[in-house]
Design a protein around this ligand. Sequence first.
Ligand code: HAM
Length: 413
Amino acid sequence: MERLPGFRDFYPEPLPHKDVWSADARQYIFGKWRDAARRYGFREYDGPPLEPLELFTTKSGEEIVGQLYNFKDKGDREIALRPEMTPTLARMVAAHERNYKKPIKWFAMPQLFRYERQQKGRLREHFQFNADIFGEQDASADAELIALLIDTLRSFGLTAEDFVIRLSSRNAWNDYFTNRGGKAGQEYDFFQIIDKLERTPPEESQKKLTALRFSLDDVNAFINSGMPTTELASIIANLTARGMGDFVKVDYKVIRGLAYYTGPVFEAFDRKGEFRAIAGGGRYDNLVKLISGGKVNLPALGFGMGDVVLLELLKARNLLPQFDGGMDVFVLIEDETLRPQSLKLVQDLRSSGLVVDYTLTTTKPEKQFKRAQELKAAHTAKLDNDAYVRIRNMNTREEVVAGVNDATNHIRR
Ligand code: HAM
């Protein structure tokens, strides 16, 4: 039986095959995401992986709707696997925002599903770090969010030489659209053309723009001017005050594909331009109102960072640590009459927080020692009798005999 295309198997390291993914690396990434979010005062939430189809069909925009995994369940409901977290989050916040002081700062690490064409950096399932802020209109919130994005990437050892945040604005593009006589109702079509400029041959973009009565030369001139709006200038000043000015640049080529964005938008890219976007986000001030049927109105902003591109980048920059089981102690049981006491020792060491293993059944001493080596155990511990334990440091080969109750202290030292 093969797994479905675009889905992944995660194995503990060392990996058995180049076609599988590292469960250790995944855990490492989750840990860094969670730590960064907590340092910025974000609280963790989660939602259901299955949602009513309708939650996504009107809110996210055509592109993502075309990639939905959707079907009828046994109760005849139209449902979809979540392709992104933002509509779920907007629904959750709208339902209970009164319980929370503003601004609400929340994060999650959902697994998301999109029926995309499989390519480098794009699979049919990925994990995505989401951080969002609700209830703050001021651009200081946009800066706070981008600072979190920068610090999250920095916590993996990436620097301003490795990545850049390309900052843009739907407001700036809206003004451009209106000032040049764009027709109401065609904004999203226009935004879609801009979003794909970098991936589309110029003649094709020109043709599409002409149909909406715009010109590619004029669009390019606007992009090349790169003049920050007041809002963007304020975000950059805020980030510069934090010592993060080197990580951002205004780039109007970014506009974001999703329909709901309203204000500043941004994407994180590797500096060399080898990979797809590492992360993307922006303001979506109307989504809560739309999803709550007008009952709740809260300004909002957020970003999503996927694990796939991030992992590719960390691998390419040699920034992933070596993963092993991290075994503190391997308890050797050479005298089976001491197995009950040895089990007690195993449990005591584990209770003190150490990572401990041993052989489940009678095993030759050499085999036990070999297993300790394979697991890269830092120590072995072997009972001499009821009262004394022989602890060996596997690195220095030093051996001490300690009282059973003192074993933890010796190992920790
Ligand atoms: P997005 O740009 O669709 O935004 O996705 C964000 C990131 O998720 C991308 O930059 C990429 O790293 C990763 N990603 C997306 N699709 C795939 C895929 N098929 N395979 C691997 N990685 C992928 C959103 O989803 C917004 N909801 C983010 C957001 C949160 N905006 C506001 N709050």
